[in-house]
Design a protein around this ligand. Structure first.
Ligand code: HEM
Length: 212
């Protein structure tokens, strides 16, 4: 009984937020007040960077699982649990990253900018790649729960989309980010890409070696 009420509340809230964004774009309502300070911008960037780190760890951990490299140290069930937790954390941080932008007076994002790829007036292409990454990451995460229903083969095919999410998120951060040229951020991108590429090479080599 309580579940439909909670669900109904969130659906109504989502419809209200969407309707407000559309009405503000049409000039019917004034749109909500935004902060003058840099705090939302800083919070969004911090959440974006941590989301990217969590996503990198998530993809790397998935590759540890499929290559069996972590099996000697961590029981498999624990590894799967950690992999799911990293996936959920990356999603939550990315959502926070997008949400915080709504409070910034300079970019003036609304919910449509965060949901519709390439709609934002601020760096539309680069931001669009981030929106696509978020949608795809959500689909991959949701597929954890329907694995039995769709079958392992289909689930695995869907799970390969994680690589697309990683590439989209890396391209998005590199192209949209204020901090891209700072040495600490450049190093994060280099280490992240090198780790995922190296682990993918190991994964492909192992699956070839296993074939009769
Ligand atoms: C998986 C999803 C996402 C990840 C991992 C991600 C990650 C990142 C990273 C690492 C940066 C660079 C931060 C910096 O250089 O300080 C960034 C910048 C940015 N992202 Fe995302 N992002 C994602 C989704 C989104 C979405 C859905 C939006 C749309 C609202 C968005 C909007 C932006 C904007 C406007 C910037 C530029 C901020 C700046 O100048 O630093 N991102 N993102």
């Amino acid at each position: 009984m309580r579940r439909p009420i909670v669900l109904g509340f969130f659906v109504a809230l989502a419809v209200l937020i969407l309707a407000d964004a559309i009405a503000a774009r049409a000039g019917v309502v004034a749109g909500f007040a935004r902060s003058d300070g840099p705090w939302f911008w800083i919070a969004s960037r911090a959440a974006g960077v941590t989301a990217f780190v969590a996503l990198t760890l998530d993809v790397t951990f998935g590759l540890f699982l499929s290559t069996g490299l972590a099996d000697a140290w961590i029981p498999r069930a624990r590894s799967v649990e950690l992999h799911r937790w990293l996936s959920a954390s990356a999603l939550a941080l990315a959502a926070l990253h997008a949400l915080a932008l709504a409070g910034d007076r300079f970019v003036r994002f609304d919910v449509l900018d965060a949901l519709v790829p390439f709609l934002s007036s601020y760096r539309p292409f680069a931001v669009g790649l981030g929106v696509l990454a978020l949608w795809l990451a959500w689909i991959v995460h949701a597929s954890f729960s329907v694995r039995r229903r769709i079958g392992v083969a289909r689930w695995r095919l869907l799970h390969y989309a994680s690589f697309v999410v990683f590439v989209l998120a890396a391209a998005h951060g590199l192209l949209a980010g204020t901090d891209t040229a700072r040495p600490w951020m450049t190093n994060i991108y280099i280490v992240a890409v090198a780790t995922v590429v190296a682990m993918s090479v190991i994964r492909v080599a192992r699956s070839h070696a296993r074939r009769p």
